[in-house]
Design a protein. Structure first.
Length: 435
């Protein structure tokens, strides 16, 4: 990804120097295991560790690869330049390139997941704080973009919290599923290397041995990992779109923080645009872009082909770097977001009392009116509110049929706002527990 949408810790995971360091550790631990088994001399395994503090020369490896046309061989040649040709002659014994490449890739994805989980924790903390802060801040709920019934801003944040919490659980599961390694040889049969080597390498690197590999680790694991990133990105967009709608001039129930000196438009000085959440919508599209290629990578020829390789070289860093940036951008937006309770009440009262229509409908049916007749009675009064901006309660009080069924006090009683918020505490307990 471009630096504009990148954070250093995640970028570092995908740097060539990091990759080569992981390759080295895989090879060195494999040599240790083979020495323990008596397959190679102990002194040769120990000699490989002479390079443990070496900063591998990326340019030199690229130079060798320009001749060999093989990245792993280029690295092994460069490693021998540090260790010595004789000392390094047992490095990679019985292994195949995918043992190194796939195990490394899964280590990188596992580390990336850990960083992403930290970002999700920040988002969750921000959403919870704002939910608690505005638990009882009443606003109108909308369906199809149209006023529906009252809800609270706290419930809006709480549902986003619950969604992101599900995303976090999925990411934990995806991390666990991707944290496997394979040191199983050319077609995964361990013909030229003992399974104990794989077990040792995985243990040292915090992985679980892949139960059955071919020449590669099965790509359904990776498909699930990237699909999970795509779902999290969609949840980010879900929150971003809500904030963008809140910030519309004619709504203005919430808005991104507008910093001192910030400019909204090169042409119109009055503008305050939701640029951060619009950006998040775009970044979510980039993350989701990796999902279909990851799924298409599952179907490889026989024990292996490399059709997946070029895809993963791109989507591995791009999807994780982008999602990491998006999570922290979202957290910042929520942490500093401006909330306008007065505007929420003003918006709800643009069509006075109209949000209580269902409660009146239900009361009429409970009073013995058929649902069809009750609907017609309520709707004829509601449409006047739409068309003339009159008060809904006053219209009902002037409707003889409604008064006959409910009485004037019965009508007035149906306009208590607390009716719609009486179960907020119950919902919060479901989402946040007793905290």
């Amino acid at each position: 990804m471009i630096p504009r949408y990148s954070r250093p810790d995640m970028v570092a995971i995908w740097e060539p120097a990091t990759k080569f360091r992981i390759w080295y550790e895989i090879e060195a631990h494999a040599c240790d295991a083979m020495a323990d088994l008596g397959v190679i001399p102990r002194e040769n395994a120990d000699a490989v560790w002479k390079a443990k503090d070496v900063e591998f020369d990326v340019a030199r490896i690229d130079e060798i690869e320009a001749v060999t046309k093989h990245d792993v061989i280029a690295f092994l040649t460069h490693l021998a330049e540090h260790v010595g040709s004789e000392e390094a002659r047992f490095v990679h014994q019985g292994m195949t390139s995918s043992d190194v490449l796939d195990t490394c890739f899964n280590i990188q994805l596992t580390r990336a997941a850990d960083i992403l989980l930290t970002g999700m924790d920040r988002v969750l903390a921000a959403l919870k704080t704002r939910a608690m802060e505005h638990k009882d801040t009443v606003r109108v709920g909308r369906s199809h973009g149209i006023h529906a019934e009252p809800t609270t801003m706290g419930l809006t944040f709480a549902r986003f919290y619950a969604e992101m919490d599900r995303g976090r659980a999925r990411l934990l599961a995806a991390r666990d599923e991707i944290a496997t390694g394979a040191i199983s040889g050319a077609v995964g049969t361990f013909a030229n290397i003992d399974p104990a080597v794989e077990e040792h390498v995985c243990k040292q690197l915090g992985l679980t041995p892949e139960p059955i590999s071919t020449q590669v680790i099965p790509r359904d694991r990776h498909a699930m990992f990237f699909a999970t990133l795509g779902v999290i990105a969609s949840s980010i967009e879900n929150i971003a779109v809500e904030i963008r709608h809140m910030q519309r001039t004619e709504v203005l129930e919430g808005a991104e923080f507008f910093s001192m000196g910030q400019k909204g438009s090169s042409a119109m000085p009055h503008k305050k645009n939701p640029v951060l959440t619009e950006n998040l919508t775009g970044l979510a599209r980039l993350v989701r872009m990796s999902v279909i290629p990851a799924m298409e990578n599952v179907a490889l020829w026989h024990e292996r082909d490399i059709s997946h390789s070029s895809v993963e070289r791109a989507i591995g860093p791009d999807a994780t770097v982008t999602l990491d940036f998006a999570l922290h951008r979202l957290a910042g937006v929520v942490e500093k977001m401006l909330i306008f309770p007065d505007n929420m009440l003003e918006n709800m009262n643009k069509f006075p009392g109209l949000v209580m229509s269902q409660r009146v409908l239900l009361a009429l049916t409970q009073a013995g009116v058929s649902r069809e007749d009750a609907y017609a009675m309520v709707q004829r009064n509601a449409l006047k509110v739409w068309e003339e901006r009159v008060d809904f309660q006053e219209q009902l009080l002037a409707d003889a049929d409604v008064v006959a069924a409910l009485g004037k006090d019965g009508i007035k009683e149906k306009f208590d706002m607390g009716y719609h918020t009486k179960h907020v505490d119950t919902i919060f307990k479901r989402v946040f527990g007793d905290s």
